[in-house]
Design a protein around this ligand. Structure first.
Ligand code: MF3
Ligand code: CO
Ligand code: CO
Length: 278
């Protein structure tokens, strides 16, 4: 989710894609578990503790824990928990008690066998307002629209164009300061994957490229501000934000989503499985 300066771009071999699949599936499994646990009365630290136990049980590594990139000091927890107006990089803590009507974006990144799986979903805490439900659905729909345009030979800009075309006519704005990113052995690498743009922008997609798509969509305007902890990003105008993220690999005939639980259809079920689309 950070601007990547290094330009070298790695294409993954079939053997590496097998490992990406395993990392992605495990990250998706944890995200689903955390989404199910996000109930009134839980704290964001309780969610982090579930993640810590899961990571231990599966003998994998949580990539955010002590991650340096982007922040003023290493990220102190294992997942990001972003409530309501928080856009991304919320730090789990025991003061944030989930309450009925909240939306929470949970972002999980696991490293398994040297490869990263990065996925995020927005979940409902109990019953939520129509406004929050609609925002969350449009955000998931914007990720799904983006997944559908991924194809070798097209430019990365097609992804942002698809997201804008879904979110903006519905009255929402697309966050510009945080982007998708190349991923593999590294957490954040080339290419940058903006969630806005034109068909003619950016590098051409190639089979074997792995990257994330992770649109953050706001009810209000797009600018964000970083809070005093140096990590938490909120909407500048205090409006609500939702986010969904998948890690994908470009294939010869489209793309494959890595961050999906076996048996789930990533184009039918949002990451984390909180919302179904017909
Ligand atoms: N998972 C986030 C992303 O999608 C990055 C979180 S890094 C952290 O890129 F340090 F904030 F945890
Ligand atoms: Co990411
Ligand atoms: Co993420």
């Amino acid at each position: 989710m950070f601007k990547v300066r290094k330009r070298q771009l790695e294409l993954l071999s079939q053997a590496e894609i097998v490992k990406m699949r395993a990392a992605g599936q495990l990250a998706a499994t944890l995200l689903k578990k955390l989404g199910a646990a996000a109930e009134p009365g839980m704290t964001t630290l309780d969610l982090d503790e579930i993640a810590v136990a899961f990571v231990k049980e599966h003998d994998v590594v949580s990539a955010p824990y002590l991650y340096q990139g982007g922040g003023p000091y290493p990220f102190p927890k294992s997942i990001c928990t972003s409530l309501n107006q928080v856009v991304c990089h919320g730090i789990p803590n025991k003061k944030d008690v989930l309450k009925e009507g909240d939306i929470i974006s949970i972002d999980v990144t696991l490293i398994k066998d040297g490869f990263h799986g990065d996925t995020c979903g927005t979940f409902f805490v109990g019953e939520v307002s129509e406004e929050k439900r609609k925002l969350t659905e449009i955000t998931a729909a914007s990720l799904i629209a983006a997944l559908k345009v991924v194809k070798a030979g097209r430019r990365i800009g097609a992804i942002g164009a698809a997201i804008q075309k879904t979110a903006e006519p519905a009255g929402y704005s697309v966050v510009k300061e945080f982007q998708g990113h190349g991923i593999g052995r590294k957490f954040h690498t080339a290419p940058d994957v903006p969630h806005f743009g034109r068909q003619t922008d950016g590098a051409k997609m190639r089979a074997g490229m792995a990257f994330t798509i992770e649109p953050m969509i706001n009810v209000g305007d797009w600018p964000t501000k970083i809070m005093e902890d140096g990590w938490t990003a909120e909407t500048a105008d205090g409006s609500l934000c939702a986010q969904f993220e998948h890690t994908i690999v470009v294939t010869d005939d489209g793309m494959e989503v890595m961050t999906v639980v076996g048996g789930d259809d990533p184009l039918m079920v949002s990451p984390g499985g909180s919302i179904r689309f017909a």
